[in-house]
Design a protein around this ligand. Structure first.
Ligand code: GUN
Ligand code: FE
Length: 447
């Protein structure tokens, strides 16, 4: 498989590549050759034995080939489809209250501090570095209501080379914290300013995302205007949906004319094929059908769902409804910023559902691997250029060394690649992620 166009090869890697396709949760390419062009795109994928032929047809020298070691492999970068960058400042704490109390007690007071750009700079630098080191090549971020700090988050992701969607949060009602609120007009105007200024920067990997916090934080007027802004500018949309039963009940009371929580977003043009909604633990099958029809996707955030005792998403049912699904850390409702944790908690939740209902079709590690990579990319409508190793896509990849010195994994024998991947997903950490690439550029280790 080679690219049609005549591009210049920048790097060629040889070794094991593992990735997913829409048809195969885990495809393993052993002793493969993968070429990346000067634009960071995958120029060709071939077999090691074709080295001489490929080096002539694609124009590179066999001596330039970078050879992976025996316990190494490349996998696609992971996609965090839902993370709150400001909440990284208290990640690992404050997990003792249910969602609505948690927001008023911990979240809103902390988020209000991001008016201070120096505080924002220090936290946003930490969260971008931490997620990149842990293999998140694409992140879909909530920032805060503050436009300038949100723009700063965009700059920091661009500077470190992380692919990102960044949202200035919108919220005009129901907030117990005095200094952390905007009027509907402010929220609309600042959203437009945020979008215009972020687009003006022309960061190649960073895009704005329209971000109503959730139905409980936004008036009908604001929801409607945000739907229009997204439509007029063809932008992504992100929010939360059906995370807890209490939240679903309050939404019912607040929007008596809507048939369901999903219908509230649908009515305000916020359910599109570029929408990603976090959680969805308590969605009905009828609501899932609306997701399927509109092309909207879900972000499964199992650490958060367990930590805040919100519920358990039935992932198998979501997949059976053919709704696009990715994984999210939901920092700080989820206490870990690592997508490896999201993979493990997804498997745990699936197993708890199996304990409760032995006929439940438990997720396999291969399926969860796909959710963390290609699934996330599909959920963010980026699978035309990211998510797996296909010729023509951007090279977003992790070089994993399962036997990293000082790392958490001991190998007793030469294992096959499938076993190496399973060990890494269950036991690995950032010590095993020796290099991270986004659009062909090495972004970890940091320069
Ligand atoms: N719903 C509305 N805002 C939030 C938030 O910040 N975190 C979580 N987990 N749920 C929310
Ligand atoms: Fe969230």
């Amino acid at each position: 498989r080679e690219r049609e166009t005549n591009t210049t090869i920048a790097h060629v890697y040889r070794g094991t590549f593992v990735h997913s396709t829409p048809h195969t949760a885990l495809q393993i390419l052993e002793d493969a050759l993968l070429g990346v062009d000067t634009e960071g795109k995958i120029a060709f994928i071939g077999k090691g034995e074709e080295l001489n032929k490929l080096s002539q047809s694609c124009g590179f020298s066999p001596s330039e080939v970078i050879q992976l070691a025996q316990h190494e492999f490349f996998m696609p970068g992971m996609v965090d489809t839902h993370i709150h960058a400001p909440q990284y400042s208290y990640a690992g704490t404050a997990l003792d209250l249910p969602l609505l109390q948690w927001l008023n007690t911990y979240t809103f007071p902390v988020e209000s501090r991001f008016k201070d750009l120096e505080f924002a700079r220090s936290v946003y630098t930490q969260v971008v570095k931490r997620t990149l080191r842990n293999g998140t090549t694409t992140a879909c971020y909530f920032a805060t209501i503050h436009t300038d700090a949100s723009l700063l988050l965009g700059k920091i992701t661009n500077d470190f080379g992380q692919r990102a969607l960044v949202g200035k949060v919108c919220m005009d009602i129901n907030n117990a914290v005095k200094h952390y609120k905007e009027t509907s007009e402010e929220s609309q105007e600042e959203t437009c300013r945020f979008i215009a200024e972020l687009l003006k920067k022309k960061y190649p990997l960073v895009k704005p995302v329209v971000t109503p916090r959730f139905a409980l934080s936004c008036s009908a007027d604001l929801l409607e205007q945000l739907g229009a802004i997204a439509k007029n500018n063809n932008l992504h949309i992100q929010s939360h949906i059906s995370e807890t039963i209490e939240e679903v009940n309050v939404v019912k009371k607040l929007f008596p004319d809507s048939e369901s929580y999903t219908d509230v977003y649908l009515k305000h043009n916020l359910l599109t094929d570029k929408t990603v909604m976090a959680h969805g633990c308590h969605l009905t099958d009828e609501e899932l059908a609306l997701f399927r029809e509109t092309g909207a996707s879900l972000s499964h955030c199992p650490n958060s769902n367990i930590s805040l005792c919100s519920g358990m998403l039935n992932v198998r049912n979501v997949l059976n409804h053919k709704v696009k699904l990715g994984l999210g850390t939901d920092v700080a409702g989820g206490y870990s910023a690592s997508m490896l944790d999201a993979v493990r908690r997804t498997l745990d939740t699936s197993k708890v559902l199996t304990i409760q209902e032995p006929d439940y079709c438990t997720l396999s590690f291969e399926e969860v691997f796909r959710l963390a990579t290609l699934g996330g990319s599909q959920a963010l409508s980026m699978d035309d250029h990211t998510g797996n190793f296909e010729v023509g896509k951007d090279f977003d990849a992790l070089r994993v060394n399962v036997a990293a010195p000082e790392g958490p994994i001991d190998l007793v024998q030469v294992d096959e690649p499938k076993i190496l991947l399973e060990k890494f997903l269950n036991l690995g950490d950032d010590r095993n992620i020796v290099e991270v690439y986004v659009a062909g550029r090495k972004v970890v280790p940091f320069e």
